[in-house]
Design a protein around this ligand. Structure first.
Ligand code: FAD
Length: 341
């Protein structure tokens, strides 16, 4: 069908190692699509410790998780990778010609000659709020991420949570919502102060409602939400709602990686240390998701793994091309690719 995305390489995971893989592959003229479950790049650095300083990135005495992510994005920008956020790679199969077919939980299909698994600690998956029957509403009126803004247009939206995701989506969806209610269990927010101030201004202007309480029940037939009940200090309060976005944090699970027929050891993907290739030729694993004798789960190790992986990926994709080892410092060819010569 015409809906398949055809590319040299699909990188699964936009953590630091997946991002740097785009750089090493790009220097060898290989085009990448990058897929991540999260709605932004950076993996653990952006999701778990954006503001924390990292002290062992070579050449940076100190850099935050978000700072490293921003720098990696700037470094790979010359190669124009295409990012696909808020989708999980579910299916990965090897075709007869040795290339790969990948499928996401949003239904996209990618055809690639090489696959790089940079899935870190596994897939980040949203925690379900403790409310009865929520499964029946998921995917219809309860969403843990936004794939298409249009699914939220002219809806009565309830967002639950007090962190950055809850506040970001409150600010982003307010202009297109019919109504929007932000619900948090207490009147204190963990999100960036700037977002909290913007949210409070919207409340003061009567553009959104803020409710302090806990989710207690969902109402509506066939997965179509109509009303949500909350336990508050003033008793049961119910709000008309056609969309609910709960942000109760994320857990890391190995996820679909376990089902792809790759040799695993203790839930990690076994690779060699010459190419960082898995037990399936053409599928590589770099960063926290892989294991080999002496492995250290450090970002700098993942960067090294990406460089060696890329050499082998190039041989698979362009078997007849001779790759000459070059320095970015002195090669005008490489500098042209980087847009600096
Ligand atoms: P990750 O950062 O885990 O990213 C993997 C990405 O893949 C995730 O975004 C995930 O959503 C995505 N993914 C997984 N499965 C799928 C799928 N099926 N489909 C689509 N997407 C998928 N390391 C250091 O070197 N120095 C430090 O000082 C340091 N401090 C740390 C502090 C904390 C609090 C933590 C938690 C970690 C720290 N680390 C540090 C470890 C470092 O963050 C990891 O080594 C690094 O993030 C691994 O990068 P990665 O790209 O392999 O994976």
């Amino acid at each position: 069908s015409g809906n398949e995305i055809v590319t040299d390489v699909v990188v699964i995971g936009a953590g630091p190692c997946g991002l740097f893989a785009v750089f090493e592959l790009g220097l060898l003229d290989l085009k990448c699509h990058v897929i991540d479950i999260l709605d932004r790049p950076g993996g653990q650095c952006a999701e778990l410790y954006p503001e924390k300083p990292i002290y062992d990135i070579p050449g940076f005495p100190v850099i935050t998780g978000q700072g490293l992510t921003d720098n990696l994005l700037a470094q790979i920008a010359p190669f124009s990778p295409e990012f696909h956020y808020s989708r999980m790679v579910n299916g990965l199969e090897r075709l007869e010609d040795g290339s790969f077919r990948l499928e996401t939980d949003a239904g996209e299909v990618f055809l690639a000659k090489v696959v790089v698994i940079a899935a870190g600690g596994g897939s980040f998956q949203p925690k379900r709020p403790p409310v009865a029957d929520i499964e029946a509403y998921e995917g219809k009126s309860v969403f843990y991420s936004v794939r298409k803004m249009d699914d939220f247009r002219d809806q009565d939206i309830v967002i639950v949570g007090g962190g950055d995701s809850a506040l970001d989506w409150t600010l982003n969806l307010q202009p297109i919502a019919r109504s929007l209610t932000l619900v948090h269990r207490r009147d204190a927010f963990r999100a960036a102060p700037d977002s909290v101030n913007k949210m409070k201004a919207l409340v003061a202007d009567g553009k959104i409602s803020l409710l302090i309480g806990q989710i207690a029940g969902l109402e509506g037939p066939d997965g179509n939400l109509e009303r949500i009940h909350f336990a508050t200090d003033a008793g049961d309060v119910s709000v008309p709602a056609t969309r609910l976005m709960p942000f109760f944090g994320l857990t890391m699970k190995l996820g679909p990686v376990a089902d792809w027929g790759l040799e695993l050891n203790d839930n990690l993907i076994v690779v060699d240390t010459e190419k960082f290739e898995t037990s399936v030729p053409g599928i590589f694993a770099i960063g926290d998701i892989n294991t080999y004798p002496g492995k250290l789960k450090l970002i700098l190790s993942g960067f090294h793994e990406a460089a060696l992986m890329a050499q082998r990926a190039k041989k698979i994709i362009s078997p007849d091309e001779r790759v000459i080892f070059q320095y970015t410092t002195s090669s005008t060819k490489l500098q042209k690719k980087l847009g600096v010569a």
